[in-house]
Design a protein around this ligand. Structure first.
Ligand code: UDX
Ligand code: UDX
Ligand code: ADP
Length: 480
């Protein structure tokens, strides 16, 4: 029986290994992590991440050929294939701070693999890492190998949160990069056979290591660029009276462009886009390519602009002050169907409103109060000039309350901001919300989930990203 071990039971490692276990009953899969609470949660009925369909997959295989454990060394020693799916945050200090990937966790995992291995292993890079990481890892492994043979593969994961299970069941492609030596090709083939249990062969792309590593960064950069492009257009639409959803629709009909991933929003979030682009920027700078670096930087700049533009719109339309006014925040996760808040635009929007002394009442169906407090008070780095951006102070945190219902969040509020496109926000009883709000009542829709015309008929003043402006907003121009 082939044995797989995955180091890192996070958003990528957990769901990916659960699906491998489900699709390959002949393979034993162990997912290991140094975090005891994480592993305990994976072994319980309350999984540590919220992902539609995941519970079902885990239930079908856990205890059969899928195991979660903190005994990292034992499972690594026994495995034929070791996936490494540990976190790779952006470096917060030292050389490359604010841009380069922090490979501390990766390096310690690699040293541990070298240390405990007694048989040959294929080591698979699953976390998104800078190009040439595989080479560095290979060096660590071979210099500490005690004669054991290691083959390094890059097998970047393209799943998106919220749709991880369907993405894993039906991937657009699986990408495997390896050394172009006989041993390297053999290792690529071995991993290909794992995926071939359910992925059609023509969708499994094999390349060299560097192409695979760079393809992941490039794919995320292209996706983020689409959102910044449509968000840049949204500002122009508001200024000219065009409607961004009509523009997106018309543009996306061109088969060379395609209709997906063209929704204007308050900004992209998530653990990957900003981190991977900063990484790409850093690699370009290190390789003497400042023009290329600046090109990609602009994608993040537009994203920052979109978030501050939203805050300015809220403040300016409410007579240039939100001081002491209650604002209901609907949604905090970086997208619907996940409880993940990493780099969510809600952090920046809430911080911006708190600086203007608003009273926030926050509701998200999947994010805990504890998590939101952590996010608002955590230290954030200014990626362009690595200085610490001021976190929300304990005094300012007193301006924030947490509720478990959208109606409660909007009760007596002057305005509401929709920051995540949860389905339940589409079907809210807006008449009831309006009746319980202060007047004039404002809705700022950062995800284009509501029908502005319907809400205007109720009496709301509505701002929707990239849509023709309400007369009120035209009369209260924002500095955007
Ligand atoms: C992304 C990539 O899609 C995935 O392939 C990669 O493996 C990891 O990074 P993820 O961050 O989980 O996945 O979610 P994604 O659906 O890509 O959304 C990222 C952000 O962009 C979210 O904040 C989302 O709301 C925003 N977005 C997405 C838009 O604002 N508009 C869109 O049209 C699409
Ligand atoms: C373009 C648009 O495609 C068309 O829809 C619009 O109506 C007019 O402008 P055109 O300029 O005739 O059409 O040709 P197009 O095929 O788009 O190529 C434009 C340039 O891009 C060419 O120099 C082409 O060589 C280059 N190109 C195109 C690339 O360098 N790489 C590509 O992948 C595609
Ligand atoms: P991702 O979104 O890439 O999956 P996460 O942060 O969700 O990232 O998960 C990474 C996991 O890796 C965390 O649960 C962390 O505890 C784990 N981890 C980090 N370093 C090690 C290590 N050396 N050994 C085992 N697990 C590790």
């Amino acid at each position: 029986m082939v044995k797989i071990c995955c180091i890192g039971a996070g958003y990528v490692g957990g769901p990916t290994m659960a699906v491998i276990a489900l699709k390959c009953p002949s393979i034993e899969v162990a997912v290991v992590d140094i975090s005891n609470p994480r592993i305990t949660a994976w072994n319980s009925d309350q999984l540590p991440i919220y992902e539609p369909g995941l519970d079902d997959v885990v239930k079908q295989c856990r205890g059969k050929n899928l195991f979660f454990s903190t005994d990292v060394e034992k499972h690594v020693a026994e495995a034929d294939i070791v996936f490494v799916s540990v976190n790779t945050p952006t470096k917060s200090q030292g050389l490359g701070a604010g841009k380069a990937a922090d490979l501390t966790y990766w390096e310690s995992a690699a040293r541990m693999i070298a240390d405990v291995s007694k048989s040959a292993k294929i080591v698979v890079e699953k976390s998104t890492v800078p190009v040439k990481t595989a080479e560095a890892i290979e060096k660590i492994l071979t210099h500490n190998s005690k004669g054991i043979e290691f083959q390094i593969l890059s097998n970047p994961e393209f799943l998106a949160e919220g749709t991880a299970i369907p993405d894993l069941f039906n991937p657009d492609r699986v990408l495997i990069g390896g050394r172009e030596t006989p041993e390297g090709l053999k290792a690529v083939q071995a991993l290909k056979e794992v995926y071939a249990h359910w992925v059609p062969e023509e969708q499994i792309i094999c390349t060299n290591l560097w192409s695979a590593e760079l393809s992941k960064l490039a794919a995320n950069a292209f996706l983020a660029q689409r959102i910044s492009s449509v968000n840049a257009m949204s500002a122009l639409c508001e200024a000219t009276g065009a409607d961004v959803s009509h523009v997106s629709h018309a543009v996306g009909k061109d088969t060379r462009i395609g209709p997906k991933f063209l929704n204007a929003s308050v900004g992209f979030g998530g653990s990957c886009f900003q981190k991977d682009i900063l990484n790409l920027v850093y690699i370009c700078e290190c390789n003497g390519l400042p023009e290329v670096a600046n090109y990609w930087k602009q994608v993040i700049k537009i994203n920052d602009y979109q978030k501050s533009r939203f805050v300015n719109r809220v403040v300016s339309s409410m007579f240039n002050t939100v001081s002491g006014k209650k604002i209901g925040i609907l949604g905090f996760a970086f997208k619907k169907d996940t409880g993940d808040t990493r780099e969510t635009p809600a952090i920046d929007v809430c911080r911006g409103l708190l600086v203007d002394r608003a009273q926030l009442s926050i509701y998200d169906p999947q994010v805990s109060q504890d998590q939101i407090q952590k996010d608002l008070t955590m230290v954030k780095f200014d990626w362009e000039h690595p200085v610490i951006l001021k976190p929300v102070s304990p005094t300012a945190l007193k301006q924030v309350t947490f509720v478990w219902d959208a109606y409660e969040a909007s009760k007596d509020a002057h305005g509401i901001c929709i920051l995540t496109e949860w389905d339940e926000f589409k079907t809210l009883d807006f008449q009831r919300i309006y009746d319980n709000m202060q007047k004039p009542a404002f809705v700022f829709d950062g995800r284009n989930v509501v029908d502005p015309k319907k809400l205007q008929q109720i009496g709301f003043i509505v701002y929707s990203i990239g849509k023709p402006l309400d007369q009120w907003l035209k009369d209260m121009p924002a500095v955007v």
